[in-house]
Each structure stands twice: as structure tokens, then as C-alpha cells.
Design a protein around this ligand. Sequence first.
Ligand SMILES: Nc1ncnc2c1ncn2[C@@H]1O[C@H](COP(=O)(O)OP(=O)(O)OP(=O)(O)O)[C@@H](O)[C@H]1O
Length: 226
Amino acid sequence: MSLEARNISFGYPCGRSLYCDWSLSVEPAERVALCAPSGAGKTTLCRILAGYLAPQTGEVLVDGEPVASGRIRGPRPVQLIWQHPEQAFDPRMRMGRSLAEGACARSVDGAVKVARDEGLMDAFGIRDEWLSRLPHELSGGELMRFCIARALLAHPRYLICDEMSAMLDAVTQAEVWRALLALAEERGMGIVMVSHAPALLDRIATRRVSVGLDVDAPDVRSSHAV
Ligand SMILES: Nc1ncnc2c1ncn2[C@@H]1O[C@H](COP(=O)(O)OP(=O)(O)OP(=O)(O)O)[C@@H](O)[C@H]1O
């Protein structure tokens, strides 16, 4: 039932090695924070865990099946919400249509109905009038709500949240996380998160793990940005 990263090694071409033989196992009820200094490779690891980037050695499995692209039928079991929502949508596609992609629905109305039935529109405060807008006609925070709803429509087993709420104000951030944690509990969905906000990690994460070759402190809270 777990998300397993086994013996992952990776470095960008012409760059240093970011991880060597790095492993992690995340159970469905867990919320694991990836902790390391800036530039150590947290975002890169998020992309590897979600199957968007292949490691040089090792593999990522969900329930024993590789998450790597091309081997999965249907929606990805690991969905990634990353820190730049403006880059997560086709700039020429209206938001309702983008939502339909997440739901694997043929029609926008069908996708919106599913999103409504699953409580996602209310939970993430998505307004009807936003559905007919293009991505550049929404704020970063509004786009982020669509990112989360679209990812959840795919019913992932694990959600990777890379600085997901960094651009939201404190009240909205609390609302979004409250809704997400309730859904994660209801669905038995595990979460892997990256955040530079220690207070948020204190509240959300059930476990912290260190990432990267130059990270060896046992208590990353005191010494590293997370
Ligand atoms: N596409 C790329 N090509 C080459 N190098 C890259 C690429 N993407 C990232 N890097 C480099 O890889 C290293 C890890 O980057 P990454 O974004 O994963 O770090 P991070 O821990 O998420 O950083 P931050 O906390 O600042 O967001 C950095 O030194 C970065 O410059």
C-alpha cells in the first residue's frame, strides 16, 4: 500500500549529484515533509516521486507498481502540486476544460458535476465564474485552488505538495490545508510535502526526512530551511 522510493540517485547533466542511494517509504496515512537547504533537490525529488523525472538509479513504486510515465493506465496514482500554478495549465485552455482533464471527463459540465459532488468546489472555494476564465485571468492563489482540485479529481493514492500554499494568505492557507487534510483522511491518501514555513510543517507533517547529499543533521528544524 505504500509509496516507495528505492535507492534513488540523481544529478542534472553538468551538475553535482543530488542524491545517492536515497530511499523512502510512505504509508497512506502519513504526511511526510522533505527537508533540506535551498537547492539541495527537494523539488527535483518531488518530480521523481511523481514519475515526471526518471532517476539515474533506483525506482519509485506505488503498491509495487512503478510510477514512471508510460507504464500507467488511467490517472497517475501520485499527483504533484508544485509551486508555480501559472505553469501548470495550458494558457489557451479555459479553467473548466483544465478541470475536466483532471477528471478524465469528456465534458466540462461532467467534470464540474464530479468536482461539486465530491465537495471539491466548496472545499477549495472555487467559484463558478472562474470556470470560463483563462489561467492569466486568475490570481496565483485562485489558480492554486484549481491545481489542488484537478489533482484530487484524479483520486491519487499520494499527493506531493511542493510549496503548495506559499502564495496564499494565512487565512486561505489554513482553509486549504484544513480541507485537504479532511479529504486525505477520508480517502486514506498519503501526503509528501515541501514547505519553507516551519509552523506549517509543525502542524501538518507527521514525519520529516532529510533530502540530499549535504544534509546530515538529525533535527533539520533548527538548522535548515524546510
Ligand atoms: N532542469 C535543471 N537543470 C539543471 N539543474 C537544475 C535543474 N533544475 C534544478 N537544477 C539544480 O538542481 C539543484 C536542486 O534544485 P531543486 O529545485 O530541486 O532544489 P530545492 O531543494 O527544491 O530548492 P529550493 O528550496 O530553493 O526551492 C539546484 O542546484 C538547481 O540549480
